[in-house]
Design a protein. Structure first.
Length: 257
């Protein structure tokens, strides 16, 4: 038992920040001293993050952490990723909706986030095998918890649901993150509420999503990033901000891994 405790203590503590509500709650807990400072606070820039995410990260999370002497390092995906939209075998990495087979699995978060962080650690003299990743899953996402070298502060140390995270941030005087959560601007896991928010608040991001949606159909005529299985540009005027069941965004830090 003593040896196991010592081994855990020497593991490199790496917080994977997603830039949204749950990540902000972890940042606030660190700033308040309720969580220890991680050895490394990292956020991968997928280079397709919503503009609203960066406004919040650079305007709130990063300055608050800096005041607590924690440096949030933003890693450009293209510095370390070996693939972009397509795997080396030509498969699309996005979890798009396919008119013939339903929703496809997504591998973008593994290629754009987890492997990028692992390579960043190696580039800085550390072994990924010696890292414990802090993930911002909150209560209500217990089904996503898995065994391994992961730490879930919002489940086992300071249990909170997503709504609790926002209440906690408000109690600490933090500006609240965008309600739509953090995600890539073309993420197929977004629902109509998130798409409508993107269209209305960041039209340039929405335009880029429409362009990419059309681009991927140049290679696969049945691939769509909107759940309707229709071109995003065609459904743009039909989107509303009504609440619906959607998957959480990238708030946790490792997206849908």
């Amino acid at each position: 038992m003593r040896q196991l405790f010592c081994d855990i203590q020497v593991m490199v503590q790496v917080w994977s920040c997603g830039g949204g509500t749950q990540s902000a709650a972890i940042a606030a807990l660190i700033c308040e001293g309720k969580l220890p400072k991680p050895d490394h606070a990292l956020m991968v820039d997928t280079e397709r993050e919503k503009s609203s995410t960066w406004r919040y990260v650079y305007g709130t999370i990063q300055p608050r952490l800096r005041d607590a002497c924690v440096d949030l390092v933003v890693i450009p995906k293209s510095d370390y990723a070996t693939v972009d939209l397509y795997a080396k075998n030509g498969d699309l990495l996005l979890p798009v909706f396919n008119g013939t087979t339903g929703k496809l699995p997504g591998y973008c978060s593994n290629e754009w986030k987890r492997r990028v962080m692992d390579r960043w650690l190696r580039d800085h003299g550390m072994k990924a095998a010696n890292a414990v990743y802090w993930i911002g899953y909150s209560l209500g996402e217990l089904q996503r918890v898995r065994a391994g070298k992961y730490r879930y502060p919002l489940i086992y140390e300071h249990p909170m649901r997503r709504t609790d995270c926002r209440a906690y941030l408000a109690s600490q005087g933090w500006e609240l993150p965008p309600a739509g959560g953090s995600a890539c601007w073309m993420c197929p896991n977004m629902g109509n509420r998130e798409w409508a928010e993107l269209r209305d608040q960041d039209p340039d991001d929405f335009r880029k999503a429409c362009d990419l949606d059309e681009e991927i159909r140049q290679r696969d005529a049945n691939a769509f990033i909107h759940s309707s299985g229709r071109p995003l540009r065609d459904v743009a005027s039909l989107l509303t901000d009504e609440r619906q069941q959607t998957l959480p965004g990238c708030d946790s830090g490792l997206c849908f891994v």
